[in-house]
Structures are given as structure tokens and as C-alpha cells.
Design a protein around this ligand. Sequence first.
Ligand code: NCD
Length: 343
Amino acid sequence: MRHLIDFTDLSEREWEHLYRRFEEIIEHPGDYRDALKGQTLASLFYEPSTRTRLSFEAAMLKLGGGVFGFSDPAASSVSKGETLKDTIIMTSAYADVLTLRHPREGAALAASLYAAVPVINAGDGGHCHPTQTLTDLVTLRRLRGSVDGLRIAVCGDLKYGRTAHSLLRALSRFEGISAVLVSAPELSLPEYVTCPRMPLYKQPDLRAVIGEVDVLYMTRVQRERFRDPAEYERLKDRYTLTPEILRDAPEDLLIMHPLPRAGEIDEAVDSDSRAVYFEQARFGMFARMALLLELCSLPPFAVKATGTPGVHRCNNPNCITKTEPCLPVFEGSVCRYCEHLSP
Ligand code: NCD
């Protein structure tokens, strides 16, 4: 692994190693106080974030490293029209590792082609979010002892929810997992999110599945990805988890959510011992410390693409290839950047 674009970039051995490191850090955080002294993280957030950005920044500071970057692209040269390519070339000259959140699908892969240091995808449009998945998996393993054998329901916005995409794909690499997809038909999982070997069931009725699963993973309807605000209004309140619905749920259910929530978990659920979403977010910082330690120990490497203008064929209007002029063109029926079908 040089960059983390999606969770499946990690081998099984790398995941094992990261989990062990996460446990060591959480047990003995003081041992890591100076582990990345003298190294710097560039935190490039082109989209709003609370947990992901702050937990990355806290992780780097707790490892003794430094952080710089922007959380509002309007305050950087992006507002003057600078391309992602130029921003990445420059910041990778100043930092030892980059973390990037961007509204366009495929932006992290694009950035990794121009970076001389590791790029971590902190969310690329409605596509992937591997460090949330890392957070989710360490939470599952820490609280259940293992990820294998899990029965999970993933509920909410499966169409635009990048956390759901990365999580489902990652889970399909474990043993004996079954997943129930709970969503409105308009917000169902895109075809490109394939989960080999893992049975996926669809059940739009949350009450019908709540008694049958070990984990309920709730997600927010992603307002910012809708082209039609009326469509968002129509779909946003389809699912609300309440104490009343939870009456039929197992006593050892884990209720997870990447957060932020926008009404899909009633606040009365917070005092239920099965609600672990705040603990999940806390684990996220330790998981990111483990990841930064790994990536910052890599030797320097060569940039893969210098870039010449080319014609990209991609059906997705929100693909990074629509705004980044010099990305390498890949042949094939699926766009290499955002994974949507090419015409
Ligand atoms: C998620 C994201 O940004 O995709 N948040 C997060 O990183 N924890 C989920 C969301 O915004 O709904």
C-alpha cells in the first residue's frame, strides 16, 4: 500500500497489522508521543468535515507530527481556479502525507497520480471513504472480537453514501458475512459496488430486519449530492431509528453511524447501551494514528503521471475527469477514476 484510495487497497496482512497497531496505540498512547516527530500532514478538505478532518489532525498531533492545510477551499488558490493537479504537486512538496476530501468522485485516485507522498482518501464525492471503513472495522473487531460471521443491516442512502460503499466492499472480504440493504428504491446501491462472495438481501422495511442482525449501520441521506432538492425532501425522512423500533432488536445489537446524523437516529437512542456511534468516532482517531504511522514510514516514490490533455469517456457528470484536464486516459468500459460506466 502506498496510497489509500479504497479500503480494498489493503491486503489482509496490512489490515491485521493496522488492527494490532490500533490496539497497541489505544492501550499505550504515550508510547507513540514522538513517533512522527518532524513529519507533516497536509489536510486538504474541499468539502465540510468534522470527525474525519479533526481526527486526522488530532492523530498527527498526538504522534508528535505537524499539520497544515485548508478546511475551506475558498481560502486557498482553489478559489483562483487552481487545478487539483497543481495543488497536489505543491502540497506534496511541503508534506510527508496528504489527506484529501473532495466533492468529485475519483479525486483521490487522480491526486495519487500526481503526489510524491502517500495520499489518503478522506472521501471522494459519493464514491468511497476508506478511513471511515477502517474506523468501522476496528470498532466491530474491538467490540465483537471479530468481523467474521457478522449479520449487518445498512440503512439509509446507499446510492450516494460513500461510507456504505466502502464498508460493504470491505466486508465482502471477510468470512461468513451477510448484509441486508435497507433503503428507498431510489437510493439503492450502485451497480459498481460489487461484493463478491457476500450475500446481499434487500428489505426496505427496517422493522422487518431489526430482530435478525448483529449490527445496524445507519447513514444520512446525502443532501449535497441530490440534483433535485424536492427529491431530497421526499426521501430524507424515510427512516428514523427510535427507541420504539429498537424494542424488537437483540440486546447485543451494535448501532453504528459514521455521523453526522440528520434525523435518522432519534436522540433518545443515544442513552441506549447498544448505541456505539460516539465510541466509533473516538476509535477513528486511533485507527488514523495507526494508518499515519504506516504511511509515513514509506520511502519516497516517483510520481506516476505528469499529465497531458486527453478525452475522457465517463457517464458520470460528477467525475473528477470533468474538471481536471490533464489526467491520464484509461481504456475500458468502466471509468478508472469513479467506476461509473463509460459510454
Ligand atoms: C461521512 C462522510 O463524510 O461521508 N461522514 C464522516 O466522514 N464521518 C458521512 C456523512 O457525511 O453522512
